[in-house]
Design a protein. Structure first.
Length: 69
């Protein structure tokens, strides 16, 4: 599947925090960093994502903020 987003990296799911409707998925990526994604539980289940899953992180943002604090 092709995407219009240029910022893509592969990683491994290290944690899934489930709420009542939404969840937070933490992904370990190269350079010993992590990224998080929030999605519905339906999407999580449809994609079959669980701890240990290999996933692609695709980031497309209107704004990228840098801070010095």
């Amino acid at each position: 599947m092709k995407y219009g987003a240029r910022n893509q990296v592969q990683g491994e799911v290290v944690e899934v925090k489930r709420g009542t409707v939404m969840c937070q998925v933490k992904v370990k990526i190269p350079a010993e960093a992590t990224m998080c994604s929030v999605m519905t539980l339906d999407s999580l289940d449809d994609l079959g994502i669980a701890e240990g899953s290999k996933v692609n992180v695709v980031a497309k943002a209107v704004n990228v903020l840098l801070t010095t604090d």
